[in-house]
Design a binder for this molecule. Structure first.
Ligand SMILES: [Cu+2]
Length: 161
């Protein structure tokens, strides 16, 4: 084996040994409340999942990604206003400050599920794995839920002539 191969093997070994103890990992500490995945019509390639993340720890933790067997790719996204338009963009991480709660909700932060590999049937559960900066993971089962479209303001029936 050449020296490059040796050093790669060594760093792999060090990486394995250097794994943080799981006892106080984010995956053990962070509490996920009310996770759900948005039901989408058949043929729709993407969906999103939402939840509330509570960090009861004194120190902050960081969500850096997610994965799900239901989608090719899962990305952390947020919504921003750009030139009067709501746009989604990918974020590299979501900070979870100690003692605080962060909501992933429609119109804000969400886990984007890109390239759906299965139908999202309301009532069924979709496994979702959250990945944290310390290398730990947290698995949740998120039920599929149909989101009601919000009534636009001013859409009431006109009674005046
Ligand atoms: Cu998105």
């Amino acid at each position: 084996m050449n020296s490059l191969g040796n050093s790669m093997l060594l760093s792999l070994l060090l990486f394995t040994i250097g794994q943080p103890a799981m006892a106080d990992s984010a995956g053990d500490i962070i509490m996920v409340q009310d996770p759900y995945v948005r039901a989408v019509p058949p043929g729709q390639p993407n969906s999103a999942s939402f939840m509330s993340l509570h960090n009861p720890d004194e120190q902050g933790h960081v969500l850096i990604g997610a994965s799900s067997p239901a989608a090719e790719v899962a990305e952390l996204h947020t919504h921003t206003m750009e030139g009067g338009m709501m746009r989604m963009r990918k974020v590299e991480k979501v900070d979870l400050p100690g003692g605080d709660r962060v909501s992933l909700e429609p119109g804000g932060l969400h886990v984007m599920m890109i390239g759906l590999k299965q139908k999202l049937v309301p009532g069924e559960k979709v496994p979702l794995t959250l990945l944290f900066e310390d290398g730990s993971q947290l698995k949740v089962d998120a039920p599929v839920r149909k989101l009601q479209m919000r009534m636009k303001q001013g859409e009431h029936k006109g009674m005046m002539h």
